[in-house]
Design a protein around this ligand. Structure first.
Ligand code: NAD
Length: 476
């Protein structure tokens, strides 16, 4: 029997059994039902030491392989993930809460194999910088050594792949520290990928913030790939100073979308909806505040309400659902507080805004809020959940100024029937990416990263590979 057929028959229960704690674990509960998903190992800083040492020991052999050999392993890793796709998606749905369907669990696992393959396909060769007869200068990217990958709970598998695929391709060994909210998904993913990698190259330590902090100060770790909140990102910058680590920081965002007055409300409504509500709003580069001109304000609101009312929310494993719960109580409370602040200010709630506090699970109903002040907390704080403020504007310059007023700049979008006009507006927005007539559509070939409080460094594409290497110039 081939390895692929072996894994195709793997169940979510078998994956769980392979990664669960033997003893002293931590209960992980399904955020939709409160049911026990499994017990995560409670790894400590001592376990981190062991993992880093394993990474150090294996890195030389891995780094000495040819680029072609490492790409071949990434392709095999993609095959392994694909073969185990359904059990991985089911486990992800139970632990993170996201539905199997829609742009959720199955989509996320599919993105993992797609990103592995894409990362193995980019060309990164020695680059000649100067060759004028007198000077010959070239630049190459060598392995860093050991890379630490610290991730969040919203897209736990996909973001792990974003961090580890380029790190492995560039000849590094990796120590992953998943979020304490979603460790089982990442442990299972790493377990599947490790069936095709040499021992010790890819390690995972399922601990809490203190383990992430220890990774950020560790002498043997040359780089931290971090995705999470701006608050934790700032701590990592401080913690890494002592060892002068390289950092890629993908931090929080509060993405603005600006609709122009020539947009067609009905034509853009569904893409606007998913730009905001993908993963039930728990997405770094989701549309979190929408600016709409007075001339088409009511039509855009009505078109959004119509789409929102067609999107079922519920338990992830039930096939009809495309929206799920908030992943944890703390996030539910943030969304609840911000929607209440909007209501208290007199803003107009178009859909729901009324959670059932007695029902099981952290479900917050799809909420659209109109006629809200531009400086309301629901607009200026990151909600990271299914509540979208829609701000009315009359002067485009003012809308752009409001979009740029915050201390974050991850994504943003401009919506118009005239692409050239949209591009002119896009150039004035302070964000790492400005999408036109879509929001949040990341692509493994296109570099992605934030500015201001949303972090620095680029992921994806050739730029993303370079960020996982040490540049070396040879000149003579
Ligand atoms: P978080 O910052 O609370 O946690 C992220 C990770 O950091 C976890 O694994 C956590 O254990 C670890 N950690 C905690 N304290 C640490 C410390 N002192 N040193 C090192 N690591 C530590 O973030 P979260 O709540 O899991 O994620 C939500 C946030 O992440 C949102 O703000 C969201 O916008 C952001 N996010 C950004 C992106 C992006 O690509 N820019 C993607 C997803 C999420």
């Amino acid at each position: 029997m081939t390895q692929a057929t072996l894994q195709t028959s793997t169940t979510a229960e078998e994956l769980l059994a392979a990664v669960e704690a033997a003893d002293n674990g931590r209960d992980i509960l399904n955020p939709a039902t409160g049911e026990l998903v499994g017990r995560a190992p409670a790894h400590t800083v001592a376990d981190l030491e062991t993992a880093v040492q394993r990474a150090v020991d294996s890195q030389q052999g891995w780094g000495a392989l040819s680029d072609e050999e490492r790409c071949d392993r990434l392709m095999k890793a993609a095959d392994a993930v694909e073969a185990a796709a359904e059990p991985l998606a089911q486990l992800l749905s139970r632990e993170q809460g996201k539905p199997l369907n829609g742009p959720n669990a199955r989509f996320e696992v599919g993105a993992c194999s797609a990103w592995l393959r894409a990362t193995a396909s980019f060309e990164l060769n020695e680059e000649t910088l100067v060759d004028d007869g007198e000077t010959h200068a070239v630049i190459n990217y060598r392995p860093i050594g050991v890379v630490g990958a610290i991730g969040p709970w919203n897209w736990p598998m996909m973001i792990t792949i974003w961090q580890i695929a380029p790190a492995l391709r560039m000849g590094n060994a990796v120590v992953v520290k998943p979020s304490e909210y979603t460790p089982l998904s990442v442990l299972a993913l790493v377990h599947v990928i490790n069936t095709v990698l040499p021992d010790g190259v890819l390690n995972v330590v399922s601990g809490e913030g203190d383990v992430g902090a220890a990774l950020s100060t560790h002498e043997a770790v040359g780089k931290i790939m971090f995705t999470g909140s701006t608050t934790t990102g700032k701590k990592i910058i401080e913690a890494s100073a002592g060892t002068v680590k390289r950092l890629t920081l993908e931090l929080g965002g509060n993405d603005a979308g600006i609709v122009l007055d020539d947009a067609d409300p009905k034509a853009i409504a569904e893409d606007l909806f998913w730009g905001a509500f993908i993963n039930t709003g728990q997405t770094c580069a989701a549309l979190k505040r929408l600016y709409v001109p007075d001339a088409i304000y009511d039509e855009v609101c009505a078109a959004l309400v119509e789409v929102a009312e067609q999107m079922p929310m519920g338990v992830g494993l039930e096939e009809q659902n495309v929206l799920g719960p908030l992943q944890n109580k703390a996030q539910f409370d943030i969304v609840d507080r911000l929607v209440n602040a909007a209501k208290a200010s007199g803003a107009r709630v178009l859909t729901s805004g009324e959670p059932d506090y007695d029902a099981p699970g952290y479900f917050y109903p799809t909420t659209l809020v109109a006629d809200i002040d531009p400086d309301n907390p629901l607009v200026v704080e990151e909600q990271f959940g299914p509540a979208l403020p829609i701000i009315r504007y009359t002067d485009l310059d003012e809308a752009i100024a409001q979009a740029n007023a915050l201390d974050v700049g991850l994504g943003s979008s401009v919506w118009s029937s005239d692409r050239d006009r949209a591009r002119e507006v896009a150039a004035r927005i302070q964000a790492g990416t400005v999408w036109i007539n879509k929001h949040g559509g990341v692509d493994p070939r296109i570099p992605f990263g934030g500015i201001k409080g949303s972090g620095y460094g680029l992921e994806f594409g050739v730029e993303g590979l370079k960020a996982l290497g040490v540049p070396q110039v040879i000149s003579g």
